[in-house]
Design a protein around this ligand. Structure first.
Ligand code: GRF
Length: 199
């Protein structure tokens, strides 16, 4: 079985979209893959409630309990490994996980570490993407699913969505339009990875 571990920090709507796709499309039967756990770096992440309600194992690893990134990431890596069990290395999906990972963590999970970012990368890496797209006068915005490297919001692009920026948009309305497409492209990207077979 290919374990999928999803990391969140907040609402978890992308995580929920992934969980629903796995259930509705029976990724267990089709790809031998299952969402093994949802891990949050915040105890108050609303997405944890959804995951629990779905019967998915949840864990909170609070960064405030650790003196530095390295120690947090080491404990996170242990938790991921124990959730995944003895089988194949897990696919680790960052879904609104608002934390920069150390190079050691990234290298240890290379090729199986995926992120979604709410912009058309390589434009607008980092925070406040929608505000920046509006300020730049962009006519289109979107989201990107990409592999994670040691450089923030860099890495091979797996999927992108494009939406129009409307004259009346503010960051809130643009964010909602982009987020709706994130829920389509993230499951699509994972489906393609699973269909291609991870070893
Ligand atoms: C999404 O826009 C995602 O691309 C970004 O943070 C947001 C998280 O939303 N990294 P959610 O927690 O998945 O609802």
């Amino acid at each position: 079985m290919q374990s999928i571990v999803i990391l969140i920090s907040g609402g978890g709507s992308n995580m929920a979209a992934l969980v629903r796709a796995a259930q509705q499309e029976d990724w267990a039967a089709r790809y031998g893959a299952a969402v093994a756990a949802v891990i949050s770096n915040r105890a108050d992440a609303a997405g944890l409630l959804f995951a629990k309600a779905q019967g998915i194992a949840t864990h909170t690893i609070s960064q405030t309990d650790f003196p530095d990134r390295g120690q947090f990431d080491a404990v996170l890596a242990q938790a991921i490994a124990s959730c995944a069990g003895a089988g194949k290395p897990p696919l680790v999906l960052l879904a609104g996980f608002m934390r920069i990972l150390t190079p050691g963590f990234v290298q240890a999970h290379a090729e199986r570490l995926i992120n979604i970012h709410p912009s058309l990368l390589p434009a607008f890496a980092g925070l406040h993407t929608h505000e920046r797209a509006l300020a730049a006068g962009c006519k289109f915005a979107g989201a990107t699913v990409h592999r994670v490297t040691e450089v923030l919001d860099e890495g091979a692009i797996l999927e992108q969505s494009v939406v129009p920026v409307l004259p009346e948009d503010d960051a809130h309305s643009l964010s909602a339009r982009v987020l709706a497409t994130e829920h389509i492209i993230y499951p699509r990207a994972v489906r393609r990875l699973l269909a291609a077979g991870l070893s």
